[in-house]
Design a protein around this ligand. Sequence first.
Ligand code: SF4
Ligand code: SF4
Ligand code: SF4
Length: 278
Amino acid sequence: MADKLKTALFKFTCCAGCQFQLLYFFSPESFLETLDLLDFVYFRMATSKELKEDDHYDLAFIEGAISTTEDIEKVKKIRKQSDIVVGYGACAAHGGVQSIGDWTPQRKLEETVYPNPLQMKSIKVHPVDEFIRVDYQLRGCPIDEVEFMELIRALAAKKEPYLREYPVCVECKFANNICILLMRQGVLESMCLGPVTRAGCRVACTRNMRACFGCRGPMTNPNIPEMVRTFKGKGFTEHEIFTRFTEYAGLSPEFSEGARAYYERKAPYYERPEWRAA
Ligand code: SF4
Ligand code: SF4
Ligand code: SF4
């Protein structure tokens, strides 16, 4: 058997739910296979092994978004120390839930959360690939077990991993789901972002009659104007459309385009993320 990949898992700003997913919700078969393929030398939630400052990794998973100036230096160091860097979950890939705050002035956010915001040195939330090259992204909130296993099997075999670029709708049709975008007009649950969201979650929401809210971020070449037109045609307001596009991946150029109409005309108090400014 090939050598295990020397692996570290780092956490930045997030709920750590993607680590939790691996440790508590993967099937026993997948979990044991993971331990066969990966040698975790740093994984805070799972082992007591200490971080060795100048270690080198075959594989580094980065979970969470970047939200402090210290994070930027840390993530650059991880890149230098690692052969392969994988973004681990929606927070790493697109900023995740906390990226909603990027549409509000930073000082206002700090004053809302902290009793003494003068001590704060926070910055806007950033996806990891704003600062370093990320080789692969495991998307979703949380990550998907099947996709994770496909990725680590490929990397262990020194092959290129297969990551889906098509929309959630394709998986939805393969699963013979009823389309709630077409079926239930006029209520929030029918506001399904599946036509423009990247597949790979095995339709976790739509198979349970819940709309896709875009946690895996945009597919390749999504038709965002048409998605917005469809939502408007079903009677959804610009604010509802803005909210849907910015729940998990509003910092992506594609989904921020979907949020733009409300932002530009109805919400002058929102602060557009500065690195996306036109
Ligand atoms: S992607 Fe979701 S589950 Fe994973 S760390 Fe971020 S918020 Fe938590
Ligand atoms: S329910 Fe959503 S993901 Fe499924 S086919 Fe309809 S629009 Fe696409
Ligand atoms: S259906 Fe959409 S929101 Fe639900 S897990 Fe899949 S990509 Fe995420």
